[in-house]
Design a protein around this ligand. Structure first.
Ligand SMILES: Nc1ncnc2c1ncn2[C@@H]1O[C@H](COP(=O)(O)OP(=O)(O)OP(=O)(O)O)[C@@H](O)[C@H]1O
Length: 257
């Protein structure tokens, strides 16, 4: 399925936060959105997911819903958003409840999601027994259990230390290699964007508009061996974002003082 944002604009009261923006996520593709603080990245994701109604423009899905899809647009949150009193398996089962699925199908979906994320041995563990990286794997497994058309990922790795982030990036690459998923992936981290995304969309400072679009033709699975090429792309992205980021930073500093 294709996610389409068509001339999307958003204002919070009289604050023009975003747009107009046109953006598409094609089937099986990962589109990263980067941009300076406060440029409207989270707002964009919330609009894509239907949590916020845009002030203007529209969000549409085109194409067939994937087989077994219970929720076409599914979030993966920065803070994992796990229920601490539920086991790993019960957290992954959460979005399957109240959907009229039989017990066997629920179990099969949970088992498959745990298997895909390497969590099968941790099904009975509680979130507090897991490292941050493992907790976010649970968040990803829970999202995969509904077989979404597009994952909406809001800084999914930013709460993790650098090493864990690298490991989880490898996990996402492997996951995509085994069964390509589509994602709109918001991040501050350019290294993450160039490692994981087929396309990187750079937003300007607020109101966020598309300032640059960079397609990365290196297969995601080959990127670990393409450090030099990725460094060139990262540099281009940084050139595109730097002045805007500095200005946005000064604006935020003014608001705070
Ligand atoms: N509920 C809200 N009410 C009013 N203003 C808001 C609200 N949510 C966000 N904003 C403002 O809208 C602008 C865009 O916010 P948003 O969180 O989408 O940006 P962002 O790019 O995700 O920011 P960051 O990079 O800091 O996470 C900011 O100026 C923010 O202060």
């Amino acid at each position: 399925m294709r996610l389409i944002l068509d001339a999307v604009v958003h204002s919070y009261d009289d604050l023009h936060a975003l747009g107009p923006i046109d953006l598409e996520v094609d089937d099986g593709r990962i589109v990263a959105v980067v941009g300076p603080s406060g440029c409207g990245k989270s707002t964009l994701l919330a609009i894509a997911g239907g949590l916020i109604r845009p002030s203007a423009g529209r969000v549409a899905m085109a194409g067939d819903v994937p087989a077994g899809c219970l929720n076409p647009l599914t979030y993966v949150f920065q803070d994992f958003a796990l229920l601490p009193w539920r086991s790993v398996a019960a957290n992954v089962a959460l979005p399957l409840e109240g959907r009229g699925l039989g017990r066997a199908e629920r179990r099969a979906r949970v088992a498959d999601a745990l298997d895909r994320t390497g969590l099968s041995d941790f099904a009975g563990a509680l979130p507090r027994q897991l490292s941050g990286g493992m907790r976010q794997r649970v968040g990803i497994a829970r999202a995969l259990a509904v077989n979404p058309a597009v994952l909406l990922m809001d800084e999914p790795l930013s709460a993790l230390d650098a090493q864990t982030r690298d490991l989880l990036m490898d996990d996402l690459v492997a996951l995509h290699g085994r069964a390509p998923f589509s994602a709109l992936y918001v991040t501050h981290n350019l290294a993450e964007a160039v490692r994981l995304a087929h396309r990187v969309v750079v937003l300007s400072r607020r109101p966020g508009r598309v300032r640059d679009v960079v397609d990365i033709d290196i297969a995601i699975a080959d990127r670990a061996r393409a450090a030099a090429d990725l460094a060139v792309i990262t540099d281009r992205l940084w050139q595109s974002i730097r002045d805007e980021a500095a200005t946005a930073d000064r604006e935020l500093a003014n608001v705070r003082s």
